[in-house]
Design a protein around this ligand. Structure first.
Ligand code: HEC
Ligand code: HEC
Length: 178
């Protein structure tokens, strides 16, 4: 009996360790996936629908108040749609999320900083600084860091794990940087 209990303890410990090694999968995706159909349609015409958990509420408010001058584009909406989407973004913003990436995003931002680009957030700037400009802005298959889903193959599910990155024209990131 004693050996049996010891054996079970060892097995349990081994399983816990395996689960912890695969952090992203055991705790769910890095950010909560989009679950609002109106948002998924209206905000995915020019880029993929960024998850609300990628920016603080104050940033989403600023973006939603300036949709007529949205990064050189006009992304204006009917006022009731604008209000509904602002509401959705604010409620699910990084400030109110326990998902791993949202927490790291909030930790890296000072209170005075209200970025209107996800790609300006210190945590994400740091994560992306190993790439050369040829891979991003100079890469006709990517164009800019704003097109997350070009490289993060499972971005739409809210997962940005290192193991799921494929830079168009360059291949899997993991192959060279493990
Ligand atoms: C008419 C096209 C268009 C629509 C519709 C649109 N956007 Fe954009 N958006 C852009 C462009 C262009 C950029 C800048 C991309 C770049 O710099 O390469 C951008 C950038 C962004 C960024 C910053 C990305 C970064 O670089 O970190 C956010 C956040 C964003 N949009 C949110 C939204 C939201 C929310 C909606 C829906 C209300 C929306 N967009 C609808 C064209 C659009
Ligand atoms: C040109 C390709 C490319 C684009 C576009 C891109 N990324 Fe990345 N991303 C990478 C690479 C490469 C890494 C570095 C992985 C590593 O070694 O840690 C990374 C890392 C990350 C990480 C940290 C992953 C980890 O395991 O530590 C997050 C989160 C992330 N990116 C989110 C985004 C978001 C959000 C966008 C869009 C606004 C975006 N990325 C656009 C290539 C890209």
């Amino acid at each position: 009996m004693k050996t049996f209990i010891t054996l079970m303890t060892i097995l349990t410990l081994m399983c816990t360790q395996l689960l912890q090694a695969d952090e992203d999968y055991s705790k769910g995706p890095g950010v909560a996936p989009v679950n609002n159909p109106l948002y998924a349609t209206e905000c995915s015409a020019c880029h993929f629908a960024y998850q609300p958990g990628l920016m603080p509420a104050r940033s989403w408010k600023k973006i939603m108040l300036n949709l007529d001058k949205h990064f050189d584009e006009n992304a204006e909406l009917e006022i009731d749609e604008q209000n509904a989407l602002t509401n959705y973004l604010v409620k699910n913003a990084a400030d109110f999320s326990n998902h791993k990436r949202s927490v790291k995003i909030m930790r890296s931002l000072s209170r005075e900083h209200t970025p209107i680009r996800i790609t300006e957030i210190p945590y994400l700037v740091r994560k992306h600084n190993e790439m050369s400009s040829d891979m991003v802005n100079g890469n006709p298959k990517v164009n800019s860091l704003s097109y997350c889903e070009k490289c993060h193959r499972r971005a739409e599910t809210g997962s940005y794990s290192e193991r799921e990155i494929n830079i168009p024209g360059y291949g899997l990131w993991e192959d060279d940087h493990s």
